[in-house]
Design a protein around this ligand. Structure first.
Ligand SMILES: NC(=O)C1=CN([C@@H]2O[C@H](COP(=O)(O)OP(=O)(O)OC[C@H]3O[C@@H](n4cnc5c(N)ncnc54)[C@H](OP(=O)(O)O)[C@@H]3O)[C@@H](O)[C@H]2O)C=CC1
Ligand SMILES: O=C(O)C(=O)Cc1ccc(O)cc1
Length: 427
C-alpha cells in the first residue's frame, strides 16, 4: 500500500504537522507552499527522506495519489483553480480547511471528473496530540476503495474518524467552534478595551477564570485567518454568533435594570433545556483541576463574578435549540473546555445563585460587561458583513496587546489541555 504517495499543498502549521506524522509512518510526501517559502522548506526537510519539497502545487498534484489542500480557507477557490486541473488521473483530493462548503464548491468546479473527493478536518490545532481527537472524513465523490485508502493513510494519526457530509460538518462546527471562538475573542477585546491584563486582577484568577484567560490567549496567539475563515465563510456560524451577541446584550440589560426574577427565570429555563442529562454524572471539569493552571497568584478567597459570557452561551444554545453534548463526537479541545466551564457553573446551584446575585447587586462588573457586550456585537457585525480585513485588523490589534504573554500562556494552555483532555470523558 505504501507505494502510494500523499501530496500536501500549503506547508503551514497544519500542513507540516500532517507531513511530519505521515512521513514518519512511512508514507512518501510531496509538498509545496508559495514560491517564497520553497528554499526555506527545502532546507528544513533536507534530512527527511520521505518528504520531497516541490516548487509548486502543479508538481505536487501531478505525482500524488491523495492530495490535501491545507491553505487559508479564503484562498481555497483560487488555489484549487490553479492546481486542481493538474491532478493526477484518478487521484483523490481533499482539504483541511475548517469550513467545507467553499472547499467542496472549489473541488466540484475545478477538479477533473475522474478525480475522487475525500475531504478531512482534524478538529484540533497543530500543537495537540491527534491521538483520540476527532478527525472528520467527508466522502463526497469517491469509491469505497478511495475512502479506505485515505483511512489507511491517515490511520497513523490515531484520531477518531467521524464520517459526515460537508453540510453536517459545517452545521456542527458552527455550533462547536465558531461561537466558542466568538466568546473568547470578545473576552480578549473587552480586557484590552479596559486596559486590563486579567492575570493581574484577583477576580480573574483561579477556577474557571483560568480557562477563560488561557483559552483567550491561545486563540489570539494563533493566526487570524483560521478564525475568520471558519466564521465568515460558514453561513450557519453567522447566525450562531449573532444569537450569542443578542443573548449577551439582553442579559446585560436585565442585569443593568436590576430585573432579578426575570434574569433568574431566564437563566434557569435556559439551563434546564441545555443541561438535561443525568445529574449524577461527574462534571467535565473540577476545581482542583482548574486551579492548577493560573498565569497569576490565586487570591485566598475566590472573588465573585457574574459570568455574563457563560450565562449568554447557555442562553444562546437554548434559543437556538442546541444541546451541546450532542456534538461531543465532533468537538475540539477548546469547545470541550468551554462546555466544561459552563456546565461547572450550571450544575452547581449555589454558584449559579451567587452569580445571579452578583449580576444584580455588584456594580464593579458593569464596565467589564459593557465592553464585553460591545465586543460580542462588534465581532458579530464583522463576521456578518464578511469583512476579512476588518476582522484581521481587530484581531491583530488585540493580538499585539497580549503578545508578550503568549510563550508562557501557550505552555500553560498546552498543559491545561493535556490534563483536561485526559480527564474529560464523552457524554
Ligand atoms: N491552525 C489550526 O489550528 C487549524 C487550521 N485548520 C485549517 O487548515 C488550513 C491551514 O491552516 P494553518 O496551517 O493553520 O495556516 P497557515 O497559515 O500556517 O498555513 C497555510 C499555508 O498555505 C500557504 N499557501 C497559500 N497559498 C498557497 C498556494 N497557492 N500554494 C501553496 N501554499 C499556499 C500559506 O502561505 P502564505 O502564508 O504566504 O499565505 C501558508 O504557508 C486552514 O484552512 C485552517 O482553517 C484546520 C484545523 C486546525
Ligand atoms: O480547538 C479550537 O477550536 C481551535 O481553535 C483549534 C482549531 C482551529 C481550527 C480548526 O479548524 C480546528 C481546530
Amino acid at each position: 500500500m505504501k507505494n502510494k504517495s500523499i501530496g500536501i499543498i500549503g506547508m503551514g502549521v497544519m500542513g507540516k504537522m500532517y507531513a511530519n506524522r505521515l512521513s514518519n509512518a512511512g508514507w512518501s510526501i510531496n509538498a509545496s507552499d508559495v514560491p517564497e517559502k520553497y528554499e526555506q522548506l527545502q532546507k528544513e526537510y533536507s534530512a527527511s527522506k520521505n518528504v520531497s519539497i516541490l516548487p509548486n502545487g502543479h508538481l505536487v498534484s501531478r505525482c500524488s495519489d491523495y492530495i490535501i489542500y491545507s491553505v487559508e480557507a479564503k484562498f481555497i477557490n483560487e488555489v484549487v483553480a490553479q492546481y486542481g486541473p493538474s491532478t493526477k488521473l484518478g487521484a483523490i483530493v481533499g482539504g483541511q480547511t475548517s469550513c467545507k462548503a467553499p472547499e467542496i464548491a472549489a473541488f466540484e468546479k475545478h477538479l477533473p471528473p475522474d478525480v475522487h473527493i475525500v475531504s478531512c478536518h482534524s478538529l484540533h490545532g497543530p500543537g495537540v496530540d491527534p491521538k483520540g481527537q476527532p478527525l472528520v472524513l467527508i466522502k463526497h465523490r469517491a469509491s469505497e476503495e478511495s475512502l479506505a485508502l485515505v483511512e489507511n493513510m491517515l490511520s497513523c494519526l490515531q484520531s477518531k474518524y467521524v464520517h459526515l457530509t460537508a453540510e453536517q460538518h459545517d452545521r456542527i462546527t458552527a455550533d462547536t467552534q465558531a461561537v466558542t471562538h466568538a466568546a473568547f475573542l470578545s473576552m480578549g477585546a473587552a480586557w484590552k478595551a479596559n486596559n486590563q491584563f486579567p492575570w493581574e486582577i484577583g477576580r480573574y484568577l483561579g477556577g474557571i477564570e483560568n480557562v477563560k484567560i488561557n483559552v483567550t490567549l491561545r486563540i489570539y496567539a494563533n493566526k487570524w485567518h483560521v478564525y475568520a475563515g471558519l466564521a465568515i465563510l460558514n453561513p450557519a456560524a453567522q447566525k450562531q454568533i449573532k444569537q450569542y451577541a443578542e443573548s449577551v446584550t439582553e442579559l446585560y440589560k436585565l442585569m443593568l435594570g436590576g430585573h432579578r426574577s426575570e434574569l433568574s427565570d431566564r437563566i434557569k429555563t435556559a439551563g434546564a433545556a441545555v443541561f438535561r442529562y443525568d445529574q449524577d454524572q461527574d462534571l467535565l471539569l473540577e476545581d482542583e483541576l482548574l486551579d492548577q493552571f493560573s498565569l497569576g497568584a490565586i487570591p485566598k478567597e475566590r472573588v465573585r463574578n457574574n459570568h455574563l459570557s457563560l450565562l449568554a452561551m447557555v442562553d444562546c444554545w437554548w434559543k437556538l435549540g442546541i444541546v451541546p453534548y450532542d456534538h461531543m463526537i465532533c468537538s475540539t479541545p477548546l469547545f470541550r473546555m468551554w462546555l466544561g466551564i459552563t456546565e461547572y457553573l450550571f450544575r452547581k446551584p449555589d454558584l449559579l445563585e451567587e452569580v445571579i446575585d452578583t449580576a444584580i447587586t455588584d456594580n464593579t462588573f458593569r464596565a467589564d460587561d459593557l465592553e464585553f457586550t460591545f465586543a460580542a456585537r462588534d465581532w458579530s457585525d464583522r463576521v456578518s458583513l464578511g469583512h476579512f480585513d476588518g476582522y484581521r485588523a481587530k484581531f491583530e490589534d488585540i493580538q499585539k496587546y497580549f503578545a508578550p504573554r503568549f510563550p508562557e500562556a501557550t505552555k500553560l494552555g498546552n498543559e491545561m489541555i493535556k490534563t483536561i483532555l485526559e480527564r474529560t470523558r464523552e457524554k
